[in-house]
Design a protein around this ligand. Structure first.
Ligand SMILES: Nc1ncnc2c1ncn2[C@@H]1O[C@H](COP(=O)(O)OP(=O)(O)OP(=O)(O)O)[C@@H](O)[C@H]1O
Length: 261
């Protein structure tokens, strides 16, 4: 019999409160994301999910609480340091450079991990050339991995929405993140694309040794691939547990009444 090692929390969110004027978007929220797991974050519209992602990305500063990544507080870090720490993210409304090609967008994703200094870049010194080569290798690998070969040299603006979503996932993976934050990756995808997305997320978790925090309204996807789920309503955590436990939780059912997708 094999014995499993102790579970380590890669992300610890404790007592996070965020206010926008009179609105309390998050009210003392706490949960952990164990290393290697997929944790789903669910809740009706306005529950505070995106606000939480923006706290994790250091875009919003909570009025109280702490966030620890790999045992260290990230509360004093600026937003631009988060990626180099190993926290990657996709966005609900996509954050791609539309006039750049797929390859260029994915290359940019690896920048915080591979970046050289300004002088090397300006004078095209060996350090800069090495970085460019590495960025291209990473992008080439991800283009094959996510089946984007046929569109690698196309401008992102010319692509169908589902393909753009795959490009954004590739851009986030180019960072080689340890923690990947996925903000509604199934939004706007058709049934077949959602199925493929679920398979891709699970495959990527294994192949890239990822820990994933997934905000998602698509119940089929989030229940199908999450190890654990945390449910929010009105800025508060109302339940946490396995997908099976969450599906039968009275508070979750009540929060979602009439909102089933
Ligand atoms: N920048 C902001 N300024 C003012 N209020 C905000 C801001 N961002 C979010 N809110 C408010 O905070 C609350 C939580 O919003 P949030 O976008 O985090 O919810 P959500 O769970 O992500 O919703 P959805 O599923 O619709 O994306 C809402 O009442 C929202 O109107």
């Amino acid at each position: 019999m094999t014995t499993k090692g102790p579970e380590i929390d890669l992300l610890r969110v404790s007592d996070i409160t965020v206010r926008f004027g009179g609105i309390v978007a998050l009210d003392g929220v706490a949960f952990n994301v164990p290393q290697g797991k997929i944790v789903g974050l669910i809740g009706p519209n306005g529950a505070g999910k995106t606000t939480l992602f923006n706290c994790l990305s250091r875009i919003y500063q909570p009025s109280s609480g702490t966030i620890e990544f790999d045992g260290k507080s990230i509360m004093s870090l600026p937003a631009h340091k988060i990626a180099s720490l190993g926290i990657g993210r996709t966005f609900q409304n996509l954050a791609l450079f539309n006039t750049a090609t797929v390859l260029e967008n994915i290359r940019i994703g690896s920048h915080p991990r591979t970046s050289s200094d300004l002088t090397s870049d300006i004078f095209s010194l060996p350090g800069s050339r090495r970085v460019n080569k590495e960025a291209t290798q990473i992008a080439d690998h991800l283009i094959s991995y996510l089946d984007l070969n046929k569109v690698a040299y196309k401008n992102v603006s010319d692509l169908p929405f589902g393909t753009k979503k795959r490009v954004e996932l590739a851009r986030a993976l180019a960072l080689s993140p340890r923690l990947l934050l996925l903000d509604e990756p199934a939004c706007g995808l058709n049934h077949e694309e959602v199925k493929e997305l679920g398979e891709t997320i699970c495959r990527a978790r294994k192949d890239f040794d990822l820990t994933i925090l997934l905000v998602e309204h698509h119940m089929g996807l989030v229940m199908g691939i999450s190890d654990r789920i945390v449910a929010f309503n009105f800025g508060r955590r109302i339940a946490a547990g396995t997908p099976r436990e969450i599906q039968s939780d009275p508070q979750v059912i009540s929060a979602y009444l009439g909102e089933r997708k």
